[in-house]
Design a protein around this ligand. Structure first.
Ligand SMILES: [Zn+2]
Length: 243
């Protein structure tokens, strides 16, 4: 059971969720998630007043952390698709630059630390469409090369498996029972080690079609330290897979 409440701090109204946690005995714990949502874990049977008091007592801390999380978001996620916003590619930030050219069919290219989008008009939907198409092309290209490379290294593969792109909101990849690898084009925004982990994970499913200990032994052997990139992907799914 999750309960929605609000903390008022200055002019800000910050939503928070109260989650009863049967394992807790006395202490109330407050967390600010990477996306800026606030979760308050409370022992069962705690009165509303006590919870409210505990949240108020840490209002400043909550406010600071929420502001920080929102800020992180703002920088990596284009909102209006205008020059100066930031976009991610292979884990690096690039500054978006939108150039209007009435003769343009719509192109995007990397130039130093900028991603230049040339469009017929500066209409946000148009720029977003061009950007999406660019990510897809880059994703297809980069993933194909990585799958080829990994397939040469992994002893249970004789040749690279077929793969296709599929936009998903909460999943990075999957592997069909027929052996087709499916990858989320948004993954091309993530750091290289994250992409490597997802690809090794999906290729390992061509040997073990489950998440058995044998499967994870195989992943650990070929992508040592994979827990770190996995955690990063879990934390960033909302930022990376939206747009
Ligand atoms: Zn899996």
């Amino acid at each position: 059971m999750i309960d929605q409440h609000f903390l008022t701090y200055g002019n800000e109204r910050i939503p928070y969720q109260v989650k009863p946690d049967p394992r807790r005995t006395t202490r109330i714990a407050i967390h600010v998630e990477t996306d800026g949502s606030v979760i308050v874990d409370v022992p069962p049977g705690q009165s509303k007043e006590v919870v409210q008091k505990a949240v108020l007592k840490r209002a400043r801390w909550i406010f600071d952390h929420v502001a920080e999380a929102r800020d992180r978001y703002r920088h990596v996620r284009p909102k209006s698709y205008v020059s100066g916003e930031q976009v991610l590619y292979l884990g690096r930030r690039y500054m978006l630059k939108v150039i209007q050219d009435t003769n343009s069919r719509g192109t995007a290219r990397l130039r130093g630390n900028r991603l230049e989008v040339t469009a017929q008009s500066k209409d946000a939907r148009k720029v977003r469409g061009i950007l999406r198409a660019w990510y897809r092309t880059r994703a297809r290209d980069y993933f194909a090369r990585q799958i080829d490379h990994q397939s040469e290294m992994l002893p249970w593969l004789n040749q690279p498996p077929p793969f296709r792109l599929l936009t998903m909101s909460r999943q990075w990849g999957s592997c069909s029972p027929q052996g087709q690898v499916i990858l989320n084009p948004h993954l091309v925004k993530a750091p290289r080690e994250c992409i490597k982990y997802v690809i090794v994970h999906e290729l390992a499913h061509l040997k073990h079609h489950d998440h058995s200990p044998e499967f994870f032994d195989l992943v650990s052997l070929h992508a040592p330290g994979w827990e770190k990139p996995k955690k990063l992907l879990d934390q960033m799914v909302e930022v990376l897979a939206s747009d």
